[in-house]
Write a protein that binds this ligand. Structure first.
Ligand SMILES: Nc1nc2c(ncn2[C@@H]2O[C@H](COP(=O)(O)OP(=O)(O)OP(=O)(O)O)[C@@H](O)[C@H]2O)c(=O)[nH]1
Ligand SMILES: [Mg+2]
Length: 498
């Protein structure tokens, strides 16, 4: 027997499902509402065709279903607009103009399409659920509270003829924002490029004067691509280190420069290579300046965030109290009839010679002895409320407590019915059992049926979960089972009315 949510006369099909879905949506919104951009960014710079976009593609290669949204990397000059990459639960690619107008794109634009827009006031933004892009609740440069997401910027190549964005990386980005670290991509065979050196010198100069701000010193990660001979990695690393340290010395920032050189060969685009190790070093290197803050911050993917809910948000103790109430109510119902009698062994002979009032008191005491004291569900359920700021607040009140109430309230109604029947027990009743049967049996049957409901079965199935410390698992199970329960209730209602 289904127990539809008691919202009365509403006959809309799926009404329970709709209500539940709203409450689960509210949970999702609450869990995600606090993700905000950290002001700090990481730029990926270098000459055209160095492998910047390829690097981004490799870092995001696990997102196979949205390959069309990843930046194009090709042998020709490719990127014309800066591309911001950041975290969001739902993937999307946007083109954004200076007035923050957003255009949704369904595939990454090729160079010609990008060139239709002025790179000085347009950029692309790719949002996707890459956990590495979440920083937790760190406090770096932005004063805003919340879970921060990193903004990684794949810039057009130097010398690619794309206005000042490409030619002057200082003008766009590095100077106007707060930087965590900087990624410089260069081909192994282009390491001695004078052009690159001049541009890096300009950046070092800006760091020296404080024009370009880097959080905790200048962490420069050099990604040398096309290093297909691993025997040469050490020599390449040494040469690059020496070259950049000399430059830093010349620009008087050698104390501030922290260098990491990563040699890699991404291989042909279609080759399936395992770059997990490289990606691990890469993420580690770009986050080095904020490693301490990141560890201290609250972990930020959904399951982790659930795991770190404050003590008073944990649902296990409230579940335990719910199960205790259900158990007590079930036991109460089981005691309610003994030997098929509402008050076992009570009959007129035992009440002989008593006044009307005395008969009622004696009957009441005998009943109380049989069933015990019942505390009304309203009082008990009050204690099970969660606070309004709890992410499950709506689900908890509109589903869990509502279902719990309709289950336990069936006992309230029964107790009230019995109580009234005893208070009104007339003196002339000859067959006590049939008197109580007429007055109480219908309510009794309703209560018995409530304890055969899907919600009751669900509560029995959930009982072992009250001892599970995995908050994410508990919440996921609760939500999934509640969906099944209300869908059943809706289908049952539909069949009954059809
Ligand atoms: N074999 C090999 N090819 C690479 C490697 N890195 C990049 N490539 C290729 O080099 C070409 C250029 O790479 P992109 O990622 O487009 O270069 P980019 O730096 O983004 O260039 P722009 O957007 O024009 O500034 C692409 O065809 C890449 O697949 C590598 O390590 N090995
Ligand atoms: Mg590119």
């Amino acid at each position: 027997m289904a127990t539809p949510l008691p919202n009365g006369q509403d006959n809309t099909p799926n009404k329970n499902t709709v209500l539940l879905e709203e409450s689960i949506q509210a949970f999702n919104d609450k869990m995600l509402e606090k993700i905000v951009d950290e002001m700090a960014v990481v730029h990926i710079i270098g000459s055209f065709s160095a492998g910047k976009s390829r690097l981004v593609r490799e870092l995001l290669s696990s997102h196979k279903t949205i390959h069309a949204l990843l930046p194009i990397s090709s042998l020709e000059r490719q990127s014309a607009l800066p591309l911001e990459i950041t975290y969001a639960e739902t993937p999307r690619l946007l083109r954004i103009d200076a007035d923050k107008n957003e255009t949704l794109l369904f595939a990454f634009p090729v160079r010609e399409e990008q060139q239709l827009f002025d790179a000085s006031n347009h950029y692309l933004r790719l949002e996707l659920p890459e956990p590495e892009l979440l920083l937790g609740n760190v406090s770096l440069c932005s004063a805003e509270e919340g879970i921060k997401r990193l903004v990684l910027k794949d810039m057009p190549g130097w010398n690619s003829g794309d206005s000042f964005v490409a030619d002057n990386p200082l003008a766009n980005g590095l100077v106007s924002s707060d930087n965590i670290s900087l990624v410089y991509v260069v081909r192994a065979n282009g390491m001695d490029s004078q052009d690159d050196l001049i541009r890096l010198q300009a950046i070092f100069a800006a760091v020296q004067t404080g024009e370009a701000f880097f959080y905790n010193n200048l962490h420069l990660i050099v990604v040398v691509t096309r290093c297909d001979n691993s025997n040469e990695h050490k020599a390449i690393t040494d040469r690059m280190t020496q070259r950049l340290q000399e430059l830093a010395k010349k620009m008087d920032i050698e104390e501030q420069l922290y260098l990491t050189v990563l040699c890699v060969d991404f291989g042909k685009e279609q080759d399936v290579l395992n770059h997990e190790e490289f990606a691990k070093y890469f993420w580690q290197a770009i986050f080095a300046p904020i490693a301490q803050e990141k560890i201290a911050a609250t972990p930020s993917d959904l399951a982790n965030r659930l795991q770190h809910w404050p003590e008073d948000w944990l649902v296990q103790s409230k579940l335990s109290s719910s199960f205790l109430l259900i158990k007590a109510a079930k036991q109460f119902i089981e005691q309610f009839k003994k030997q098929d009698q509402f008050i076992a062994n009570m009959n007129n002979t035992r009440l002989l010679g008593l006044s009307k009032q005395e008969r009622r008191v004696k009957t009441y005491n005998a009943w109380l002895k049989q069933v015990g004291v019942w505390q009304s569900s309203t009082e008990n359920l009050q204690k099970l409320q969660v606070t309004d700021d709890h992410p499950l607040a709506l689900w908890w009140s509109s589903y869990w407590l509502t279902q719990l109430y309709s289950l336990i309230n069936s006992v309230d109604r029964l107790v009230l019915q019995m109580d009234t029947a005893i208070q009104q027990l007339p003196i002339e009743v000859t067959d006590l059992q049939s008197y109580f049967h007429d007055r109480v049996e219908a309510s009794y049957q309703q209560a018995v049926e409530a304890f055969q409901s899907p919600f009751y079965c669900l509560s029995v199935a959930l009982e072992p979960m009250q001892h599970d410390n995995d908050q994410a698992k508990v919440v996921a199970t609760l939500l999934s089972l509640s969906i099944i329960d209300v869908k059943y209730a809706d289908y049952y209602q539909l069949l009954k009315t059809a």
